[in-house]
Design a protein. Structure first.
Length: 44
């Protein structure tokens, strides 16, 4: 007998959630590196 999967919505929701959190993590990491490099290069 074939087993029918009925929770497609929750699977796709988890993929979307992981994508959004991963993108936010990348944005925060890159902006931290850029701001750190910019702050290190300031002439004061």
């Amino acid at each position: 007998m074939l087993k029918i999967k009925t929770n497609f919505f929750w699977d796709s929701l988890n993929v979307i959630r992981a994508s959004i959190l991963g993108a936010n993590d990348g944005i925060i990491s890159v902006s931290g590196i850029v701001l750190g490099a910019a702050g290190a290069n300031l002439d004061s």
